[in-house]
Design a protein around this ligand. Structure first.
Ligand SMILES: C[S@@+](CC[C@H](N)C(=O)[O-])C[C@H]1O[C@@H](n2cnc3c(N)ncnc32)[C@H](O)[C@@H]1O
Length: 305
């Protein structure tokens, strides 16, 4: 791969995008390597490596948790959760900005949603509504589909790709629950890299691309995703499969040993000659108890001028 020619897009950094405590989700407190969050009806306690400060709430408040991730077995499913008050089912009803979906206790400590992504979702929704024309959205590594549902509700035609059959099933369930079953969403269980390569060959194009890759992952046929090796190629192909009038490409990265300057430089180089702006920084969640910001991930997004 060679560096793309052309003037670099304008830049804004650092841009810190915050999620505030709300009625459906709130980071209640954090500290001592743990976080306490409200997810709809439940208070949930999970490990949080970055919370190196002390909790602001009293132990009695933490003791009110309905679910605690212990992670002390290798068991699949709910065995890694403890329910101090009463046994809970695997899923429960949640809402984000009017969209109904399911929270879910998973063996990976996750709960079926990454609330910090809310900042990207509202930005994307604004772009789709403002465009005033048919918009095609590609959601790579789409997990439980919240971004796909928000895009579809805003009127976009959506293609959602994830390697996990289970995650695709959960996303489809969310589509039903959100009463968006009649909206055009293609659900594709495939390796994200293979998928974008094929779209490039077929000439399929998108106006908005979201990609939220893990540091390491596997495709359904054992394909290996290694962020540091594969991200530059994927970013480059994402540029290739943009429509003639693209709106944005949004990258988020979790748990990687890099600064947002790294993905910022990659995105700016990748979108050289396209105009617009690359904005990069962190997605953070503002804590309700003491107002501290908990950083969750790095992001970099190209937005058309
Ligand atoms: C949880 S989401 C994104 C959140 C965040 N990036 C993280 O790592 O926790 C990651 C999604 O990527 C999917 N995934 C992992 N490897 C993949 C691959 N090679 N192709 C497509 N999807 C993949 C997983 O199934 C999962 O739903």
């Amino acid at each position: 791969m060679t560096r793309r020619p052309g003037p670099l897009p304008a830049e804004t950094l650092p841009l810190i995008l915050e999620v505030e405590p709300g009625a459906d989700y709130a980071l209640l407190d954090s500290g001592s390597g743990r976080k306490l969050e409200q997810y709809g009806p439940y208070v949930i306690e999970r490990p949080e490596g970055q919370a190196i400060w002390q909790p602001a709430l009293q132990p009695a408040e933490w003791a009110k948790a309905d679910a605690v991730f212990t992670g002390d077995t290798d068991e699949e499913g709910m065995g890694r959760w403890r329910f101090p008050r009463e046994p809970l089912g695997e899923t429960w009803p949640m809402k984000h900005d009017g969209i109904d979906y399911l929270g879910r206790f998973t063996s990976f400590r996750h709960v079926g949603v990454f609330p910090e992504q809310g900042s990207h979702w509202s930005h994307m929704e604004g772009l789709i509504r403002k465009a005033g024309r048919p918009v095609k959205v590609l959601n790579l590594f789409g997990y439980t589909g919240l971004a796909s549902l928000i895009a579809a509700r805003a009127g976009a035609e959506v293609t959602h790709v994830d390697a996990s059959k289970k995650a695709i099933g959960w996303a489809r369930e969310n589509q039903q629950l959100a009463r968006l079953a009649d909206k055009p969403i293609r659900w594709i269980c495939e390796d994200a890299m293979k998928f974008v390569e094929r779209e490039e060959r077929r000439g399929n194009r998108y106006d908005i691309i979201l990609f939220d890759p893990p540091a390491y992952g596997r495709g359904p046929k054992g394909e290996v995703w290694q962020l540091f090796d594969d991200l530059p190629v994927m970013a480059d192909i994402c540029r290739e499969i943009l429509s003639p009038k693209p709106l944005a490409v949004v990258l988020t990265a979790y748990s990687i040993r890099a600064s947002f300057f790294a993905i910022h430089a990659l995105m700016r180089d990748t979108f050289a000659g396209m105009g617009g702006e690359v904005q990069s920084g962190e997605l953070v969640i503002r804590e309700k108890s003491a107002g501290r910001a908990l950083s969750t991930s790095l992001f970099s997004r190209w937005v058309a001028g």
